[in-house]
Design a protein. Structure first.
Length: 441
């Protein structure tokens, strides 16, 4: 391994760790600024040194990293207060991560070629979100809930529902904590002008992390309402109260109650007319890189193989998935079916064909995905366990569902034919070549 490769590996591994550790210390902002700048300078300068050129293009690469790091670290608390907050976010997430991504992509293209390096572009948004939020000390998920004196609430979250059903689950969590109907919760989601920041819908994290943030925001609202309800009900403590069916009442004497709407009005009066707003956030600090809990699953595939044509037909897939507590069993079943559909294409048909970097199969006539008529019989089993770290014991029912399908199908084909196809997708052509090689051997 070359000196440059060794240095790059050291920088890639240790710099994020050092930055994160420094950010968690209680040292003065000025000291952290100097240390941040020093680490950045050493990392960038060392890279330029081992590249053999401290001037020109190599130094420009180094400067693109050092300057944004210095802008971020030296800015201190000033940039984190209004009206500079927007500029702070632009400097950090836009300039810093953008420059790092451009430098990395520049070297990747030089080393890998444009076709392979283009795949790295997809990592830039996620990298920006993760590093930006973690280094800034921000939570990966945040939520706000505004309670209204008509008995409803407005839930604000940046978590985007991209088909996985998070809008429903987050509404369920909010309604459950506050003792309301789901229709009493107005959801405002993914509105960058109104909603608090969230790291995004990826990584099987929305129910777990955004759900946690919503739960904590709802608990925050409930504390204010319980204090107001306790005064109206002439009790001294709030831990004997319960919220359910649109009312707040004494657990042992349900007849002593106050409506949710009246409790909100009382809380607003107690606050001098200010609205009742609850805020919640969640980042699993000290409990794993991104999620403190993992899911488990297993799958059995039954296939039929035509040795003459190489055609593979999946007859049945049986899937068992540990999702923690299934907050929405129908959605969990739908997620399992969706994961099966996605992985079937990866296993047997989906392939992006390029010619000198340009895709040639740009329509669904040539890029083959499974239709509803192509789907095999599926048996889904949601294995419920209680995850102490999850909201109401939930974990995930998302990307983990697509993991076992490809190896299950590949193993089934191997068991049926005696040959192992090692490239995806397992097309009839690849399978026929493998069979012929076996017969020729």
């Amino acid at each position: 391994m070359s000196n440059l490769a060794q240095w790059s590996a050291i920088v890639a591994f240790f710099v994020p760790i050092v930055m994160a550790l420094l950010n968690q210390t209680g040292w003065p902002a000025q000291l952290k600024a100097v240390l941040f700048f020093a680490v950045s300078l050493v990392a960038a300068g060392g890279t330029a040194y081992f590249q053999g050129d401290l001037t020109g293009k190599r130094w420009l690469d180094s400067a693109l990293i050092v300057v944004p790091w210095h802008l971020w670290s030296a800015s201190g608390a000033l940039w984190r207060t209004a009206p500079f907050e927007l500029l702070w976010q632009v400097l950090w997430q836009g300039v810093l991560i953008g420059c790092i991504a451009l430098v990395a992509l520049n070297h990747a293209i030089a080393r890998l070629g444009p076709e392979r390096a283009s795949a790295l572009v997809a990592l830039v948004p996620a990298l920006s979100a993760i590093l930006g939020l973690l280094f800034l000390g921000e939570s990966l998920s945040n939520a706000e809930i505004v309670a209204h004196d008509n008995g409803t609430v407005t839930l604000l979250t940046m978590a985007a529902d991209i088909g996985q059903g998070s809008d429903t689950v987050l509404t369920q969590i909010c309604a459950e904590v506050l003792g309301l109907r789901m229709e009493d919760v107005k959801l405002v989601t993914a509105d960058t002008e109104l909603t608090p920041i969230d790291a995004g819908s990826w990584g099987s994290r929305v129910t777990f992390m955004a759900g946690h943030a919503v739960l904590r925001a709802a608990e925050d609202v409930k504390r204010d309402l319980f204090e107001a309800a306790a005064q109206r009900l002439n009790i001294l403590v709030t831990d004997v109260l319960e919220a359910k069916d649109g009312h707040i009442y004494l657990t042992r004497k349900p007849e002593r109650r106050i409506s949710f709407a009246d409790a909100v009005a009382a809380a607003q009066i107690a606050k001098g007319g200010r609205p009742v707003i609850g805020r919640g956030s969640y980042t699993p600090k000290g409990k794993g890189a991104l999620l403190p809990a993992v899911s488990f699953g297993a799958q059995v595939a039954e296939v039929e193989v035509d040795r003459e044509t190489g055609q593979v037909k999946v007859l049945k897939l049986t899937t068992a998935h540990d999702c923690g507590v299934a907050l929405n069993p129908t959605a969990v079943e739908g997620q399992i079916d969706g994961g099966i559909h996605m992985a079937l294409g990866q296993a047997l048909s989906e392939q992006m064909v390029t010619d000198r970097g340009e895709p040639v199969n740009t329509t669904f006539l040539d890029y083959k995905i499974f239709s509803a008529l192509d789907m095999p019989k599926a048996e889904t089993i949601a294995v419920e366990t209680y995850e102490p770290e999850g909201p109401f014991g939930a974990k995930e029912a998302s990307e983990g569902l697509a993991i076992p399908t490809v190896p299950a199908i590949a193993n089934a084909i191997c068991n049926a034919t005696g040959v192992r196809v090692k490239g995806l997708p397992i097309t009839p052509e690849k399978l026929l070549w493998a069979l012929r090689e076996k017969e020729g051997a």
